[in-house]
Write a protein that binds this ligand. Structure first.
Ligand code: ADP
Length: 598
């Protein structure tokens, strides 16, 4: 508990500074209006006391004496009443604006972190939990912290004022009232912590429910779900998981509610005692009727303030536990260590060398690549061939420096990738990934995203589109390059998978890179289109360095040099003719496919 408390305060302090630095003006305004909001009701109570006393005195005197005072008090009451409502409205406005600012700040922080995190974090299930918790929960926690802090400040000031107003009262009453809220506080803290632990233990289950929900509602799943009749199964899974999570949550909530009811009894008992005491004092003439009214109201208010203050503290404590998730995420360190200094600009096209490269994925530790050695001279096109799971895509990830090899080195123009900032490596490589993105944005943007440093100009765009064999299709769309693609937005045009693939190739072409990589460029194209696209590609990258991963030997046989991956390493290499003459794995695969086509 001790360390938790220390951490709590640390997180709250850190969050407050963080928010204050970002928006000092709105933080101060937020605090000031909240304080005024806390004090005005007490002012009203004091005015009511004055009013009751003046009226009682006037009644006792039996005349109109004190009428002027009464009018002034009523006027003041009216003004305070108006201020109370007006400040309330402004407080809501300020709060809304400030919390929105904090939310945007958090969006920014989380997006900035998530978009620069190493691929490894996204390929490792453990980190999905961390990312999920940060994304789902922590985004709005900081604004709740500020609201909690402001509640605490507001109620502390109000309580001090209440204490001042009660100074003439027996201090024992104050102590009894203060002690009476302690059980409620204890219950709150205890259950907040349990709630947090429960949430952490449920992260994976919650992610699964989201996944089932996505499958049941998103387009990419619709065909298989219907055909295989999977929807009822997934719905059951979804319900069972939700049920499991909620059953535990409800149990916790129910217990909390039972204990809370008991603590309310204690508090009500204390209030009852205090009011009885006050009534007796008034009947004995020890206090005026106005004071009696004031004490009644102030004690009731004070009690609310005290409870809010404790609530504020316990909320802060809970938020703070949740903030651990945010800081856990923001503290994730880059795995791929890179120097800040760029190396001098690399001459294009690149020559690529791999020396004794071994690789294991950090999460599984299984050997994926073992002692891979290869050299691609500048300006040559090579193909990687191999069965599924041979490690071709992994090799591409290493060339992009998404991961560093476990051993050995990768060199661009003789320079080790480890000596280059990641961004410099990214700039040098243009890839059409196997699982490339369908941007549901305009056709032009889908190409332009290959290099957004270039101007968005349809002449450049159409050049790339032409080379990828998709120009005519785009120009036939109702708004040509400005047509939205996909099916998310109104007036979009949907493309076939093969057309999306050509668009992805156009995007890869659009960048002037030192190394082009096409991972399964033609899996969704018919053989004729593939031949056509690839011939064009060959022509276009004439004199540039390129790597193609393909299962189609028509494509493979066109490249300068071929590497055959098998059993984690390069088993054979050579030109198509050489490999055919070797009568090894390549020749066998080639003949199998050729027979299949015949
Ligand atoms: P290919 O592209 O040749 O089909 P991959 O490079 O995708 O092969 O995969 C090579 C091996 O690495 C496979 O055994 C696969 O299971 C494993 N693998 C791929 N990605 C990951 C990952 N993110 N984490 C752990 N293992 C992976």
């Amino acid at each position: 508990m001790g360390t938790i408390w220390r951490n709590s305060l640390g997180n709250i302090d850190r969050t407050f500074r963080f928010i204050y630095r970002h928006s000092p003006k709105w933080t101060l305004l937020h605090i000031v209006t909240a304080t005024i909001m806390g004090l005005l009701p007490l002012g009203l109570i004091y005015l009511i006391k004055l009013l009751v006393d003046e009226v009682t005195a006037a009644v006792e005197e039996g005349g109109a004496g004190g009428l002027e005072n009464i009018v002034w008090i009523i006027l003041a009451t009216g003004i305070v009443f108006f201020l109370n409502s007006a400040v309330g409205s402004w407080f809501n406005f300020i709060k809304e604006k400030h919390t929105r600012q904090i939310e945007d700040l958090m969006f920014g922080k989380i997006q900035a972190k998530a978009s620069t995190l190493d691929l490894e974090y996204f390929e490792n299930p453990h980190y999905h939990d961390v990312i999920y918790r940060a994304e789902q929960e922590s985004r709005y926690r900081p604004q709740q912290i500020i609201t909690g802090l402001i509640t605490v400040i507001q109620n502390t000031i109000s309580l001090i004022t209440v204490a001042l107003m009660l100074t003439s009262l027996n201090w024992l009453i104050i102590v009894v009232l203060a002690v009476a809220v302690l059980p409620a506080v204890y219950v709150k803290f205890r259950y907040n912590e349990r709630n947090y632990r429960l949430f952490r233990s449920h992260t994976e289950d919650l992610r699964k429910t989201f996944y089932f929900n996505r499958m049941l509602t998103e387009k990419s799943f619709t065909k298989e779900l219907r055909l295989f009749g999977l929807a009822p199964y997934f719905r059951r899974q979804f319900e069972q998981l939700r049920d499991k999570v909620w059953r535990q949550k409800y149990r916790l909530l129910r217990n909390k509610t039972i204990y809370e009811t008991l603590t309310h009894l204690v508090a009500a008992g204390a209030i009852f005692g205090a009011f009885a005491w006050l009534a007796r004092d008034a009947m004995q003439g020890a206090i005026t009727i106005g004071s009696l009214v004031m004490y009644f109201l102030v004690i009731r208010r004070g009690f609310t303030f005290l409870k809010s203050l404790m609530d504020g503290f316990s909320k802060l404590y809970e938020q703070n536990l949740f903030l651990d998730n945010l800081f856990e995420f923001l503290n994730l360190k880059p795995r791929v260590q890179a120097p800040k200094q760029k190396v001098p600009a690399l001459k294009q096209p690149l020559s690529i060398t791999l020396k004794g490269v071994d690789f294991r994925y950090p999460n599984t530790g299984a050997m994926v690549l073992k002692d891979v050695n290869l050299h691609i001279p500048a300006g040559k096109t090579v193909a990687f061939v191999g069965a599924n799971g041979a490690g071709k895509t992994t090799l591409i990830k290493l060339l992009c420096r998404f991961y560093d090899p476990t051993a050995g080195s990768i060199l661009f123009n003789g320079i080790n990738l480890r000596d280059m900032p990641k961004e410099q490596v990214f700039d040098q490589v243009s890839v059409m990934f196997q699982d490339f993105i369908h941007y549901h944005l305009t056709a032009g943007e889908n190409i332009w995203f290959g290099d957004i440093a270039k101007p968005y100009d349809w002449r450049y765009l159409s050049h790339s589109a032409e080379n990828a064999g998709i120009r005519e299709r785009i120009e036939s769309l109702h708004d040509q390059y400005n047509t939205y693609l996909g099916n998310l937005f109104n007036n979009s045009a949907e493309l076939s998978i093969g057309e999306w693939q050509k668009l992805a190739i156009a995007r890869a072409y659009f960048r002037d890179a030192g190394l082009y990589i096409l991972d399964e460029p033609s899996s969704s194209m018919d053989a004729v289109t593939e031949q056509e696209v690839f011939s064009r590609f060959k022509e276009l990258i004439q004199g540039r360095t390129a790597i193609v991963i393909s299962h189609r030997f028509t494509t493979i046989s066109m490249v300068d040099y071929i590497y055959v991956l098998d059993q984690h390493t390069i088993r054979e290499s050579g030109t198509h003719q050489e490999l055919m003459q070797q009568e090894g794995l390549y020749a066998r695969l080639y003949r199998t496919q050729a027979r299949h086509y015949q």
